[in-house]
Design a protein around this ligand. Sequence first.
Ligand SMILES: Cc1cc2nc3c(=O)[nH]c(=O)nc-3n(C[C@H](O)[C@H](O)[C@H](O)COP(=O)(O)OP(=O)(O)OC[C@H]3O[C@@H](n4cnc5c(N)ncnc54)[C@H](O)[C@@H]3O)c2cc1C
Ligand SMILES: NC(=O)c1ccc[n+]([C@@H]2O[C@H](COP(=O)([O-])OP(=O)(O)OC[C@H]3O[C@@H](n4cnc5c(N)ncnc54)[C@H](O)[C@@H]3O)[C@@H](O)[C@H]2O)c1
Length: 531
Amino acid sequence: MTSTRPETEPSPETQDQTRTETRGEAAAPDETYDVVVIGAGAVGENVADRAGRSGLDVAIVEAELAGGECSYWACMPSKALLRPGAVVEAAAAVAGVSVSTEIDAPAVLAHRDDVASHWDDAGQASWIESAGMTLVQGRATIVAPRTVEVRGSAVSAIDGDPSDDGAVRTLVARHAVVVATGSVPRLPDIEGLAAAMPWGSREATSAQQVPESLVVVGGGVVATEMATAYRDLGADVTVLSRSGLLGAMEPFVGESVAAALRESGVDVVRGASPTRVTRSDDGRVTVEYDGPQGAASLEAAEIVVATGRVARTGDVGLESVGALPDDGAGLDVDPTGLVRGVDGDWLYATGDVLGTVATTHQGKYQARVCGDAIAARFAREDPREGVATWGGDVPAAGSEPRPWTRYAATADASAQTQVVFTRPQAASVGLTETQARDAGIDVRAVEYGLGDVAGGTLMGAGFSGTAKIVVDESRRVIVGATFVGPEAGEMLHAATIAVVGEVPLERLWHAVPAYPTVSEVWLRLLETYGL
Ligand SMILES: Cc1cc2nc3c(=O)[nH]c(=O)nc-3n(C[C@H](O)[C@H](O)[C@H](O)COP(=O)(O)OP(=O)(O)OC[C@H]3O[C@@H](n4cnc5c(N)ncnc54)[C@H](O)[C@@H]3O)c2cc1C
Ligand SMILES: NC(=O)c1ccc[n+]([C@@H]2O[C@H](COP(=O)([O-])OP(=O)(O)OC[C@H]3O[C@@H](n4cnc5c(N)ncnc54)[C@H](O)[C@@H]3O)[C@@H](O)[C@H]2O)c1
């Protein structure tokens, strides 16, 4: 089994701790822990791990598979589907290399199965326990302050749902309950759509066969990644997008990705809103839509709906403690992850359930902040000499921590990162030029072509891309950067360091990019800026 362990490595500090309780073992009617985490996705695992490292006794409840969406139905399997196309394209561009451009779809799907651990969470479950935490299998509901009821226990593999076998356990948290229940896909209100049994991101990332044709509704990250992957795997793909692609990023990103999708044979229809969906007896799907040329329709073997996600707050019992947000919004938390407005300061939340970030890495960052804050507030003693003391005192509940300290997820507001694994890849950190201007920052932006640096010309025929930095003129620091191009994601971290470190341009000038790498674009950007 290929491990998805990059999500959460066992810490050396906790590896040797063991717990006697095992999955499914009968338990006392009421079990008391210091901390109960609901949801063992990447985020829940990390908040539990950080809190548990301080010696706190942590239980983590999971209704489906330990590891959550990212490991089995999102980041990992989707990237396994996308990697072969990227490799073929890169190799085919290099003179003297002869490669078959054919992708062996069954082999790719089989490798994807390995990457998704065949939808078996045994590896993650055993890591949780080896890290000294207790994994409780079942669906959790908050029934009273600090009290969580867990129903069901047996879990089936691929669809992951726990069967309600009547088992009920009540977990009581001495100090904190953390909600890390993630998000669910948003199904737009389109006539016939639900009845047509469309694919969501789960079906798209775990499909055992490639449909001969696919219509993708949406123009965001899932839509563009899945359109790329399924085109690579041989499907005829049409993308129906209401507006431009990847609209949350700089405009040149969507334009580049749309052009590349079209070049690869994907029909990208901008300004298209589906109005009616039907699935006929032979299984084919017809999508009627208002398009740029008026009413139109198309037929395909399958339909993927990728129109965003909503925080999973509805079925966690939040109403029982007065914490259910209105209208499906995410949970509102302070910078340490403490849910605002709940008496007794015991309810925390992190990750997709906040509705403010929707990536694994940003959620895990919040989880580290939240887990450390819980440890600092409640651990009797931290067994790790020195480790626990960096970052100063944890702020009192309700008071604002200083930005960029251990107990503030400051980068969520000013330095979120994202890599979209389309071809070309798109990578961004911080603010777009428009977002910076809207925030009242006096900005100047400069762009440079990735194909115009020596390193770029060596990458292969037709290598191209764009880099853009957005500079806060008053402070002469970079507040946003975007790259689009082959493997652009690997260029992002230098920009992230510049943004988070608020490195003045005059100092950045001394960060000399090695020759001949594509990173030399940094020098060209600064020269273009005027240094
Ligand atoms: C197709 C796709 C591709 C993606 N690719 C990337 C990528 O490449 N990089 C990236 O950074 N992000 C990516 N994301 C986003 C990423 O998957 C999410 O941001 C991440 O999974 C959020 O983690 P989480 O722990 O908050 O939620 P989840 O991973 O959803 O975990 C929540 C867990 O809580 C459990 N749960 C829910 N309710 C209960 C309950 N009542 N009781 C017990 N357990 C419960 C669920 O079963 C689940 O396991 C992708 C998303 C999609 C859809
Ligand atoms: N590589 C990554 O980091 C990665 C990959 C996939 C997903 N994700 C995360 O998962 C989240 C969900 O992805 P997503 O692509 O579903 O959401 P998204 O917010 O990125 O895009 C949603 C798209 O659906 C369109 N849309 C919304 N309602 C519509 C309707 N009624 N009809 C037609 N179009 C409609 C929007 O205009 C937008 O283009 C993202 O926020 C992203 O952060 C991350």
